[in-house]
Design a protein around this ligand. Structure first.
Ligand code: FUB
Ligand code: ZN
Length: 664
């Protein structure tokens, strides 16, 4: 990546072409549809969308209320007595919920409860925002004079990024721009503080970068893109890391003293705020690498410049948001070095540092990456890291139109993200191990509750990741029931899908008038026996792991039928992964299956051995876990088992579980 001053010229030049191109993303091969262009309806995800609206958002709101997320604003606004509670990053959870609420409010404008919450929050933020645009309840309550002084540890830029995202989301989804104005004022305050000739720091937790690119796309104002470029370009250039770290920790403890003093009188007289779970599931917690990660800056991906990075390192959520921001910057600037680095990082991270589920992060102590192939199944794999990977892969897909990114998004969605939410929508995993010890359970909430609202905002905007448009035609990336409008509404698709349990998909086309264009359909890498027909005419040369291009004259009434046989596949792990030697995982279609003790009486799921050539069959079970497909088989000892989709485990109380099964 070229840095200053060339980078500035480059960014400035591109900004002109963005203006001229009317907000097109200049270096993307594929577009991102606007929120109103696509919808999710019916089927597996239709049910989840309904649940998100009717159950998850109201439920999460009650949690945010009882964990002081909203009260911190009310107190600061003078609407309530009390004192700020919760960690320095608490505001961000509320912002993510608000982002999710914005998407759903756009879909359901008649939902008064939802729009009242949005109005209330927007009003509160407006009251609390400082005259110069700064907004952060923690610093404003306890130490306004210390703002922007401890970027490494204290999440102000991270929280700001989430507010900017919420503001953009509300505007995109509903057209309301009052929150957007608050977010823009905050971004302007940031740009008055940071940049060349101004403050030189970078955030300890990335997020602001991708948010600034999003704001740039919405406003066309190059200042925000320049700032994203600044934060990405500055990373890994700080000198004297151990000293910076020590200074930051010292500041943190001074700040903690101030905070405790201010809180004490309130806490003495007030009942204790509801505490949340802090149950640690997996990952190595004590490891000298925790020390080296922090004191070299690796934990923050701040150990070397982006172009010198070769793989995912440090805290996995931070890394994913960083790579997402860098890929976004590439999509706008076309900086080749930036993109080549992103590809290099992707290759190593995905092949050697990512779990089969798409989860990332094996070291609990840093919530992040270990060495290549260091992938113990008692994994840390924070939900937000999988969500971050999903965001990153979307940018990589848009940049390349390469199906491998959409394949990984599919695998991560079903196996890295979906397992983190209970079937009833009200309990969450922060960590997502691939082996369960019989005690792990999703929790109603967390002291650090980044994951639950992150799931909500992703599920609330999922339609955005399903389709694209390009000069060639329309692209179908994921098979999720719903509809999409293309070519300014002149071409519509309706999609009916049996995913994730059946690979039958039907796409109906309607066009204002017959026209020639291409429909590009992802053939998942796992679907090597895929069959595709147009109006019952079978197509040939269908290649798994690519996009099938169907170029023809399309007219209303045309129908594409697809069948992706979801046969059971025995997956081998790379031999370098020690914990999986002599084991296989079961997959069918996009889903990973697991053995859960509840379904395997008399079998120790950790010890059971299956035959690699033994008979396995799919069996539909409408009575189980909301209706699932299962895999039926026998162990080598002759005991019958059923394996369930991994996303559905731990929904019937504590139970041992295993994805990687011993096999001979
Ligand atoms: O750093 C606070 C939270 O911890 C962030 O939101 C997540 O990345 C999580 O790891
Ligand atoms: Zn999280």
């Amino acid at each position: 990546m070229k840095l200053f001053p060339l980078g500035w010229l480059l960014v400035f030049g591109m900004a002109i072409s963005v203006q001229a191109a009317g907000q097109m993303t200049p270096y993307a091969k594929l577009s991102q549809l606007s929120l109103s262009q696509a919808e999710i309806k019916g089927g597996f995800w239709g049910e989840r969308r309904e649940q998100l609206w009717k159950t998850v958002l109201p439920y999460q709101w009650t949690q945010l209320e009882s964990h002081h997320d909203v009260d911190n604003f009310r107190i600061l606004a003078g609407e309530k007595d009390g004192v700020h509670l919760g960690p320095v990053y608490l505001d961000s959870d509320l912002y993510k919920w608000l982002e999710a609420a914005s998407y759903l409010s756009g879909k359901h404008p008649q939902d008064q409860w939802l729009s009242d919450r949005i109005t209330e929050l927007t009003g509160l933020f407006g009251k609390v925002q400082m005259p110069d645009g700064y907004l952060n309840t923690y610093y404003q309550t306890f130490a306004p004079d210390r703002r922007w002084t401890n970027l490494l540890m204290n999440h102000e830029l991270y929280c700001s990024g989430h507010l900017i995202e919420a503001g953009c989301a509300l505007k995109e989804a509903t057209g309301k721009d009052d929150l957007f104005k608050i977010a823009t004022r905050l971004a302007d305050q940031i740009s008055s503080v940071f940049g060349p000739g101004k403050k030189q720091g970078v955030p300890g937790h990335e997020e602001i970068e991708l948010a600034l690119v999003r704001l740039y796309r919405q406003t066309g104002d190059k200042k925000y893109l320049e700032m994203a470029n600044f934060f990405i370009g500055r990373r890994g250039r700080a000198n004297k890391y151990p000293q910076a770290m020590i200074k930051s920790l010292k500041d943190q403890s001074e700040l903690a003293r101030i905070v405790n003093e201010k809180r004490r009188p309130w806490l003495e007289k007030a009942p204790k705020a509801k505490s949340a779970a802090g149950y640690i599931i997996g990952g190595t917690l004590f490891d000298p690498r925790i020390f080296t990660n922090f004191y070299t800056g690796k934990y923050f991906q701040d150990d070397k410049p982006f172009v010198d990075q070769t793989t995912g390192v440090g805290h996995a959520v931070r890394a994913m948001y960083y790579f997402t921001g860098a890929a976004d910057l590439y999509l706008e600037t076309g900086d080749a070095a930036l993109f080549q680095t992103a590809q290099k990082i992707w290759d190593n991270t995905i092949s050697k540092r990512t779990y089969l589920t798409g989860g990332m992060g094996s070291l609990g102590g840093i919530e992040g990456f270990g060495r290549d192939y260091e992938l113990p199944n008692r994994s840390y794999t924070e939900t937000c890291a999988a969500i971050g990977s999903f965001f990153w892969n979307w940018r990589m897909l848009r940049a390349t139109a390469d199906a491998k990114y959409a394949d990984l998004m599919e695998r991560t969605l079903y196996n890295g993200i979906l397992p983190a939410i209970s079937l009833d929508g009200t309990k969450y995993f922060y960590q997502n191990p691939l082996t369960g010890n019989g005690k792990d359970q999703r929790q109603p909430w967390y002291g650090t509750a980044c994951c639950p609202p992150n799931i909500a905002r992703l599920f609330g905007s999922l339609e955005r990741y399903l389709y694209s448009e390009s000069d060639e035609g329309v692209w179908v990336h994921q098979y999720i029931s719903g509809a999409a409008r293309f070519r300014n509404g002149k071409v519509n698709l309706e999609l009916e899908s049996g995913f994730p349990f059946s690979g039958d998909v039907r796409i109906k086309i309607s066009a204002q008038k017959p026209g020639s264009f291409a429909v590009m359909l992802r053939i998942p890498a796992w679907a090597d026996k895929a069959a595709v027909a147009v109006n019952d005419e079978k197509l040939s040369n269908i290649l798994a792991g690519t996009y099938l291009k169907i170029q023809r004259e399309w007219k209303t009434g045309d129908e594409i039928t697809l069948n992706f046989p979801m046969e059971i596949r025995l997956i081998d792990s790379p031999p370098e992964v020690k914990s999986n030697r002599g084991k296989v995982a079961l997959m069918a279609g996009p889903l990973i299956y697991c053995l859960e003790e509840k379904d395997t009486p008399g079998i120790n799921v950790h010890q059971a051995v299956i035959s690699k050539s033994g008979k396995l069959e799919m069996a539909k079970r409408d009575d189980l876990l909301g209706g699932v497909m299962t895999v039926k088989g026998k162990t080598l000892a002759g005991k019958e088992f059923i394996a369930i989709p991994y996303y559905a485990w731990s929904n019937r109380g504590p139970s041992r579980m295993e994805i990687w099964i011993k096999a001979r």
